[in-house]
Ligand binder design. Sequence first.
Ligand SMILES: O=C(O)CCC(=O)C(=O)O
Length: 287
Amino acid sequence: MLDERHIQHQITEEQLNNLNTKGYFTVEDALPLDVVVKLEELTDSIYQSHLNAEYDPYSKRQLTPNDNFFYPNFLGRNQAFINILDWYKTFPKVWGILGWNIYSYHSHFIITPPRSEELRGKTGPLGWHQDSGRVNVEIESSPRPRLSIKIVYWLSDCSEPGRGNFYVIPGSHLWDKFNRPDNGSLPEGATPICCKPGDAVFFDRRIWHARSENDSDITRKGLFYGYGYRWLRSKDDMTIPDEIFAQNDPIRQQLLGGGTNANGHFSPKDDDVPLKMWLLDKGIITS
Ligand SMILES: O=C(O)CCC(=O)C(=O)O
């Protein structure tokens, strides 16, 4: 439920400037530690059930305790995950970047356990990419459009490099192409993002980014919330149980993909976009 706190946490000029020029910015202490602990318990329990089954349903491969675990479409697994969609310290910045015709087009969490002793210290190429797959091939403009952003909330301590940190190349969101070093070394400008549990990083989908190896003893855990325009197709199956969808307020239902009909994704009527109605009511936008 949006309230006065949201109005106090709108995006600052500095944050918007960082997003526009570097492609990312950090919000320290976005989540309080009790919320981090609750989210970590939920995430751990989903992870543990797949570890017990020794199977990763996404990669359709065996899951061992040293494997990276990517788990998409987690919102519907628990109301506590949905509660973060409109979190007061972060969500106002999302509408400040993308406006009101938005929803959560993709969510995933990633658990990156420490590497096995034999592999520690070995370097290799990281999986540098921009988000959104074929969008980057099939869209005509240059630079490509932003279209969506992600917020990653850190549940584990990655305040030092070497802990499976999220890497970015600041400013690379405006690059259409990126030449990876042949020898697998880090590209020029590659920067590890160092964060404490509860910190959040906003990033433009176009920024060239990668997960790095975890050579620490701390399992790295991050919850990624993607937001895009309502006319952008979902990347998740969006299997939100009906009873969970129904118990959320209209703005959260908008964020979960709700709306009156298909055309309303492109030409929304008031009922499609309760977020717009709230922003108008509060005088944050005028039309
Ligand atoms: O796990 C990471 O640090 C990278 C995540 C990522 O590549 C993504 O969300 O697209």
